[in-house]
Ligand binder design. Structure first.
Ligand code: HEC
Length: 215
């Protein structure tokens, strides 16, 4: 059979009228049956559109346009709104202790920790470059309020960075509470970074909480 001749049968006996391409692969021939023009136009159009889309949203020169930036904005707005339901909270012992057992707000403290602290303190605060934060060996922390103070101002030069201005005060309170909730959790991998030298426990952790609730 020569290659431009129509095949004389198909599975259902129907032979389309389309011309043949002239290709023949082991006797298998191909109809010249191109994609419709509108389809090609959409295909090309989407490629051209993608170029403009990319330049507009992802060029990296105009910050704030990417989907990620929009998501971050929405997240921040949502967090602000949630914080507004907390009202004014002070970074005192009573508040930090209260949130350390609050199932509604602990996940927020955990998020703050996961987003900012794990690179140095490990996923479960077991310690990496920074010390284990789940045990009873503390260096800069003598009482509950010191947690807030150290996270806000940093410690040991800038080895422990200061988070003032990078985290909302409420976030620092909630991450302090989260750390207290991890106390004694004994995560795997702890002990990699014991604090050298003398350490102490947080002295006012178990003092009766009524004493501080007068505020
Ligand atoms: C760049 C690494 C790094 C990051 C990120 C970091 N830390 Fe630290 N952190 C350290 C180091 C190092 C120390 C030990 C400082 C010292 O030796 O006095 C420390 C100490 C601490 C201490 C005091 C521990 C003690 O016993 O005195 C607390 C509490 C703490 N970090 C909480 C946090 C929290 C919460 C975050 C996230 C918001 C965080 N850290 C992020 C490196 C880091």
């Amino acid at each position: 059979m020569n290659s431009t001749e129509k095949p004389n049968s198909t599975a259902d006996g129907h032979i389309p009228d389309d011309p043949l391409t002239g290709h023949s692969y082991d006797g298998i021939q191909e109809f010249d049956n191109p994609m419709p023009g509108w389809w090609k136009a959409m295909f090309l159009g989407s490629i051209i559109y993608a170029v403009f889309y990319w330049v507009y949203y992802e060029n990296g020169l105009t910050p704030g346009r990417s989907v990620i930036a929009a998501y971050d904005r929405a997240l921040a707005a949502n967090l602000k709104e949630r914080f507004s339901t907390l009202g004014e909270i002070k970074p005192d012992r009573e508040t930090i202790l209260r949130f350390s057992t609050d199932p509604e707000w602990l996940p927020v403290g955990k998020n703050v920790f996961q987003a900012n602290c794990t690179s140095c303190h490990g996923n479960d605060a077991e310690g990496r470059v920074g010390p284990n934060l789940t045990d009873d060996h503390w260096k800069n922390i003598k009482n509950v309020e010191d947690l807030y103070r150290v996270i806000e101002n940093g410690a040991n030069g800038n080895a422990m960075p200061a988070w003032r201005g990078k985290l909302e005060p409420q976030e620092i309170i909630l991450v302090s509470s989260y750390l207290l909730s991890l106390k004694g959790s004994n995560p795997a991998g702890k002990g990699l970074r014991p604090i050298p030298g003398e350490t102490h426990v947080i002295s006012d952790l178990d003092a009766p909480s009524e004493a501080a609730s007068s505020e």
